[in-house]
Design a binder for this molecule. Structure first.
Ligand code: NAI
Ligand code: MG
Length: 366
């Protein structure tokens, strides 16, 4: 069998970092016999410019048929020329919903090479190793009614609806407990049960799922604002953090500070397994299109490359190869490879391409 991977580079630095993740995956196809077929497709603003559609039909069909997507970033500075319905059609939210990838995994692991270099200590936390399970297909980003309406007095009102069903919470909770069993056996569930109704239900359902089948895992509940503080103060206390779509978005960016740069955080979004145990999957770096550095060849490709490692683990079911790639990233950093975002004053700075070369050299050295 071959794993069909649809590559959606997207906007800004998306194509720059995705090219490097593709090169790394091609290395695994060639040297480690991982059966990957990678196919690039235009999407979003890039597709609008080239084809007059943010989501050409052929791309949407390829997305639905793929074993996995490798995604760069979406968001160009100016999308006002694209009609709103086209923006929705080509949105990442539509892809996430269409594939029902409800479990968004965002690991945050301190890189020893950065944590040990003393000038960097202030910016990374040695020993931190945590993973978010962010619920990705419900909550306030999807709730209806939504929109901007004009009220009777002529002033405007913006409306979003934050809603969670029991089933949506339960499947995220089960995913988190299963994952904790493969790690250190600890889950922190994050909500605002003190002020939000959906948050109260979140807390109750997570506790019920825990009691019904996962009492071997320890569970703590934490309010989202306190979690933001604890991520800054004591990130090593966390193992698995399960939370809703909005809090997961914000808190996982906060956690970006733990390992030095947003540019090094990978992610995977996974569906429930089908009858054959296969999950639909979307892999992407956590960062966005970074218009401030796009087109310069200086973006850190490690978030995209570590997302490729997650693809090897979850889609290709090749955990040893995923470990090999994660170790190669560690080795590249240990050898002093630095892009601008993680370099200390006076350190040599590599381009996006050269950083990926350093990772591939480390792969070849093993
Ligand atoms: P961003 O993640 O694009 O950039 C935030 C900061 O981090 C910038 O200073 C940027 O230069 C830096 N940065 C990000 N990735 C980097 C990398 N790989 N190497 C070095 N530095 C890196 O977030 P921002 O600026 O808030 O949003 C820019 C655009 O990206 C917006 O249009 C936003 O909607 C979109 N976005 C898209 C996401 C996605 O595709 N999943 C996620 C987040 C934002
Ligand atoms: Mg975000």
């Amino acid at each position: 069998m071959t794993f069909n991977i649809v590559v959606l580079p997207g906007d800004g630095i998306g194509p720059e970092v995705t090219d490097e993740a593709v090169r790394v995956l091609e290395w695994f196809a060639q040297h480690r016999a991982i059966p990957l077929h990678l196919e690039r497709r235009l999407f979003g603003s890039a597709a609008w410019t080239a084809e007059g559609s943010t989501m050409p039909d052929a791309t949407w069909e390829a997305i639905l048929a793929a074993d996995a997507l490798l995604f760069g970033a979406t968001g160009s500075l100016d999308q006002t020329h694209i009609p709103p319905e086209e923006r929705r059609k080509g949105s990442l939210l539509r892809i996430r919903k269409g594939l029902d990838v409800f479990a968004n995994l965002r690991p945050v692991k301190a890189q020893p090479a950065l944590a040990e270099a003393s000038p960097f200590k202030a910016r990374t936390v040695a020993g931190a190793d945590l993973i978010f399970v962010r619920e990705l297909t419900a909550g306030v980003y999807f709730g209806t009614p939504r929109g901007v309406e004009t009220q009777a007095d002529g002033t405007r009102r913006g409306v979003n609806t934050h809603s969670y069903t029991e089933a949506e919470i339960a499947r995220a909770a089960r995913f988190a407990f299963e994952l904790a069993r493969t790690r250190r056996g600890h889950v922190t569930s994050v909500d605002k049960a003190n002020v939000m109704e959906a948050g109260r239900l979140w807390r109750d359902v997570v506790s019920e799922v825990h009691a019904a089948g996962y009492t071997d895992v320890t569970l703590e509940h934490m309010l989202a604002d306190n979690c933001a503080l604890q991520l800054g103060r004591a990130p090593t206390r966390f193992d698995v953090i399960v939370t809703d779509n909005l809090f997961g978005d914000l808190l996982s960016d906060c956690a970006g500070a733990i390992n030095g740069s947003l540019g090094m955080l990978p992610s995977a979004a996974l569906s429930a397994p089908d009858a054959d145990g296969r999950r639909r999957a979307l892999y992407e770096p956590v960062h966005g299109s970074a218009p401030d550095i796009a087109g310069k060849g200086i973006a850190n490709p490690l978030g995209a490359i570590l997302s490729a490692a997650m693809l090897l683990r979850w889609t290709a079911k090749a955990p040893a190869e995923a470990d090999r790639l994660e170790k190669a990233v560690e080795a590249a950093l240990a050898s002093g490879a630095r892009t601008a975002d993680i370099a200390m004053p006076g350190e040599a700075v590599l381009s996006t391409r050269a950083m990926a070369d350093a990772v591939i050299s480390a792969l070849e050295a093993n």
